[in-house]
Design a protein around this ligand. Structure first.
Ligand code: PLP
Length: 427
């Protein structure tokens, strides 16, 4: 079934570390070879062996209109004819900036970069430059890209300062990063007690990188108040939740204004884009207006801007898309929960707009420690059974699922049938 992928993988690992350009793609936590993809259309993905999959990954979020979407392709092709990159200003950048600024009350100005990692790294530098402080707070289980100061895990003992979670990151680079527990305001207070030099708190207001774990509204309100009290900037990392959970991301669902916001994924329509924005007073510290340096040869790339603009304009024109996708996501996890319970398998589910998550866990999941108590072995077996049956779920318990517009009720019903088959086999 995966013969050609098996061969392709053997060849890839000779030339590319682990055979992949981003570690999660290697299927390490679920086993087996990753299918090598030939093409996608709408909700479906096709590998080089000719297998067809219902795709709930959608390139890890960006493709809200599905694979090879006609309108997005048209926008990309039209722009590509005019040139791939200029390294000079274009009307497209202002147009996309305007669309986003109009939607987000917290954003007066925005700058485009090439990835979520770059957006977050730059937003943190700006927060440090603006406040003149070095320390930052992040939450265990939140992912903000792979820049040095964010690759931290909890140090030993009671210390709240992080230690590098990857070789190659000097401890000197992470000693300014304090780690708090998601949805636990007391842990944040401890961080503030440990340092009065905190430039910013960065959080995924709807965490999607420890599985789907939304922050409680009250927790975010208390976080906002703590930041105000300490003159600390609050950064919402909406690289995933922006234009996914809601047209306005988490900020469309809770009434809390961050100082800075980071974007990525959907705003590039499938092309590599990231962005960060916030109040004019803060953003004006960025070069060339201000002293905080930030740059990029391909930043605001015209082809990527055209793809993003096409996607964002369509979403703005018809925000009912989010209700439709949420109804489908709820249908999927509701059905899944019922099947699991019929087979005596504990399951926690969650939905925010087009994002959904499930944990093989008998208790509600509110933070990373809870998430880690899920049955990871069962997840791996479940994932393998689903891949065999043509359903492509994210290959880790700690990821989020995505519904795209072409993924209709019929495909969801088919998925539920396959889930039932898999559960029968595994229970
Ligand atoms: C994906 C993601 C990032 C990193 O974006 P890249 O484009 O992969 O660099 C950062 N923050 C969050 C919340 C993400 O989901």
């Amino acid at each position: 079934m995966l013969e050609k992928s098996q061969q392709a993988y053997q060849e890839a690992i000779q030339y590319i570390p682990g055979g992949v350009d981003s570690p999660v793609r290697a299927f390490k936590s679920v086993g087996g070879v990753p299918p090598f993809i030939e093409r996608g259309k709408g909700a479906l993905l096709y590998d080089i062996d000719g297998n067809e999959y219902i795709d709930y990954v959608q390139s890890w979020g960006p493709l809200i209109f599905g694979h090879a979407d006609e309108e997005t392709l048209q926008a990309v092709c039209d722009q590509a004819q005019k040139g791939l990159s200029f390294g000079a200003p274009t009307l497209l950048e202002t147009a996309l900036a305007k669309e986003i600024v109009e939607l987000f009350d917290s954003v007066d100005k925005i700058r485009f970069v090439n990835s979520g990692t770059e957006a977050v790294m730059s937003a943190i530098r700006l927060a440090r430059g603006f406040t003149g402080r070095d320390d930052i707070i992040k939450f265990e289980g939140c992912y903000h890209g792979h820049s040095d100061s964010l690759l931290v895990s909890a140090g030993s003992g009671a210390a709240t300062f992080g230690t590098p979670s990857s070789p190659g990151v000097p401890a000197d680079f992470t000693k300014h990063t304090l780690l708090a527990r998601y949805n636990d305001i007391e842990s944040v207070k401890k961080c503030f007690a440990a340092s009065d030099e905190i430039a910013c708190v960065i959080i995924e207001p709807i965490a999607g990188n420890m599985g789907l774990v939304p922050a409680k509204e009250e927790f975010l309100q208390e976080l906002r108040a703590l930041c105000d009290e300490h003159g600390t900037l609050l950064i919402f990392d909406e690289v995933m939740s922006g234009f996914r959970a809601h047209l306005k991301g988490a900020q469309g669902l809770v009434d809390i204004k961050p100082d800075l916001v980071t974007f990525g994924k959907v705003i590039g329509g499938g092309m590599p884009v990231g962005a960060f924005g916030g109040r004019a007073e803060i953003m004006s510290h960025l070069s060339p207006e201000g002293p905080v340096y930030q740059a990029g040869t391909l930043s605001g790339n015209p082809v990527a801007m055209a793809a993003g603009l096409s996607a964002i304009r369509r979403l703005k024109k018809d925000p009912s898309i989010y209700n439709i996708l949420e109804t489908r996501a709820k249908g999927l996890v509701g059905g899944f929960k019922k099947i699991a319970s019929d087979h005596g398998i504990p399951l926690q589910v969650e939905v925010r707009g087009s994002m959904f998550g499930f944990f093989f866990n008998d208790k509600p999941v509110e933070n990373f420690d809870d998430a880690k108590r899920s049955d990871l072995e069962f997840f791996a077996k479940f994932h393998q059974e689903m891949i065999k049956r043509g359903v492509y779920f994210a290959c880790s318990q700690f990821e989020t699922g995505f519904i795209c517009t072409p993924l209709d009720e019929k495909l969801i019903d088919m998925t539920l049938e396959k889930i039932d088959e898999a559960m029968k086999k595994l229970a």
